[in-house]
Design a protein around this ligand. Structure first.
Ligand code: IMP
Ligand code: MG
Length: 333
C-alpha cells in the first residue's frame, strides 16, 4: 500500500498536471485521486498530440488508471458529464475508470449564482466557496444523494482498504498560497490544498511515499489582491509563459519566486521531491531574480540561481532530503 502525493507549493498553476501525467506514465498506480477543490481548477494536458482541459477528472484517466474525485472535493454535476463527453470525444477510454466518492459534496445552481454575485476576492465563480460553506454548515448535498451520479459512486474505504493492494497517486488542486489555512486569507480557496488534505480521503499517513511539490521559477496569482509589482519584466513573463487562466482566461499576475515562502510550503507539506517548472520561460526573459528575506536577489546566470536554490532548499540532515528537478515548460520532468 502506497500513496504518492502531488501538491502545488505556490498559488496554483504550477503545472501539477504535467507532473501527475509524467508519474502516471511511469508509476504503476492503481488509482489517481483528486483530493480537494472543484471545477475552479483547470488542468491543461497534452496527450498524444491532443490538448485537453479538465477541471474535475484526474489525469489518470489518460492512462486507463482508475480516476477518483475524492471526499475532499465539490462536484458540479453538469461540468462532470460535460468533461466525460469531451474525453470520450477525444478518444479517451473513460468507461469504468471514472469515479466520485460517495461523500464528496455537490455544487448546486444556487452556489454558482451566489459565487457569481459576491466577488470581492476574485474567485473563479465556480461555486466553490458556497459549496464548502454548506458542507461545513451541515446543509450540503452529498454525491450519494444525487441520482445521476449513481453509476460513478465509490466508497473510498471499501476501494482503498478492502479490495486488495492499491498504489495511489493523490493529485492536489490549487496550491499552498491558496490553502484555506496556510494561504493569504481571505485571498484563498475554500479547501485544503496541502498534503494534509490528501489524508482526509481515506489515505493513512503510513502509506505516504513521495510528496512531490510543484513550483515555477517565478510566481503567478489570479484574484482580486494586487500581486504584481510594477516592472516591465512581468508583462513579458506573462506573455512568454502564456500566463492566462485555464478556467477563466484571466491574465495571471506575475512576480519573482519567493524562496522563503517556498521553503515554508516545502516544510509544511513534507515535500521530498520538488519540481521547478518553466525554466525556459525565464531563460527567454534572460533575468535571474528571486525574493529572499523580502528583497530582490539577482543572479548572473541560470546555473548560479540553481545552485543557490539547491543549497537553500535541501537540508542534508533532513530525514527525507529534498531532491530538486529544474524543468522546461516544453519537457517532461
Ligand atoms: P475559488 O477557489 O474559485 O473560490 O477562488 C479563490 C481564489 O483562488 C481566487 O483568487 C482564484 O483565482 C484562486 N484559484 C482557484 N482555483 C485556482 C486554480 O486552479 N489556479 C489558480 N488560482 C485559482
Ligand atoms: Mg490550474
Amino acid at each position: 500500500m502506497r500513496a504518492d502525493i502531488v501538491v502545488g507549493v505556490q498559488a496554483g498553476d504550477e503545472a501539477k498536471g504535467k507532473v501527475t501525467h509524467h508519474l502516471c506514465k511511469n508509476g504503476s498506480y492503481t488509482h489517481v485521486l483528486r483530493f480537494n477543490g472543484g471545477c475552479n481548477a483547470g488542468h491543461t494536458i497534452y496527450h498524444e498530440g491532443k490538448k485537453f482541459i479538465t477541471h474535475h477528472i484526474p489525469a489518470g484517466v489518460f492512462y486507463g488508471i482508475k480516476s477518483v474525485i475524492g471526499s475532499g472535493c465539490v462536484v458540479n454535476v453538469k461540468q462532470f458529464f460535460k468533461e466525460l463527453e469531451e474525453l470520450k470525444e477525444g478518444g479517451i477510454d473513460v468507461e469504468g475508470n471514472v469515479f466520485i466518492a460517495r461523500n464528496a459534496h455537490i455544487i448546486t445552481d444556487e452556489h454558482l449564482e451566489q459565487d457569481g454575485r459576491d466577488n470581492s476576492i476574485g474567485t473563479t465563480k465556480r461555486g466553490n466557496g458556497p459549496a464548502y460553506r454548506d458542507k461545513y454548515n451541515r446543509s450540503g448535498l452529498l454525491a450519494k444523494d444525487c441520482v445521476e451520479l449513481k453509476p460513478y459512486l465509490l466508497d473510498l474505504y471499501e476501494e482503498f482498504h478492502e479490495n486488495g493492494p492499491v498504489r495511489i497517486l493523490c493529485e492536489g488542486a490549487q496550491g499552498f498560497e491558496l490553502d484555506i489555512d496556510w494561504g493569504d486569507y481571505p485571498y484563498v480557496t475554500s479547501s485544503h490544498c496541502t498534503t494534509a488534505g490528501a489524508l482526509l480521503n481515506a489515505i493513512p499517513y503510513s502509506w505516504i511515499g513521495n510528496v512531490w511539490g510543484v513550483a515555477k521559477i517565478y510566481e503567478t496569482y489570479v484574484g482580486a489582491k494586487k500581486f504584481e509589482p510594477d516592472d516591465p519584466a512581468f508583462p513579458l513573463l506573462r506573455k512568454y509563459g502564456e500566463e492566462f487562466g485555464a478556467t477563466t482566461g484571466r491574465p495571471r499576475q506575475c512576480n519573482w519566486l519567493d524562496l522563503d515562502r517556498l521553503y515554508k510550503a516545502v516544510k509544511i507539506n513534507g515535500v521530498n521531491r520538488l519540481v521547478i517548472n518553466k525554466m525556459d520561460v525565464m531563460r527567454q526573459l534572460d533575468r535571474w531574480t528571486l525574493i529572499k528575506d523580502g528583497g530582490e536577489k539577482h543572479f548572473e546566470s541560470e546555473q548560479e540561481i540553481k545552485s543557490y536554490m539547491s543549497k537553500q532548499l535541501t537540508d542534508p540532515l533532513e530525514r527525507r532530503p529534498v531532491l530538486l528537478y529544474f524543468s522546461d515548460n516544453k519537457h517532461s520532468i
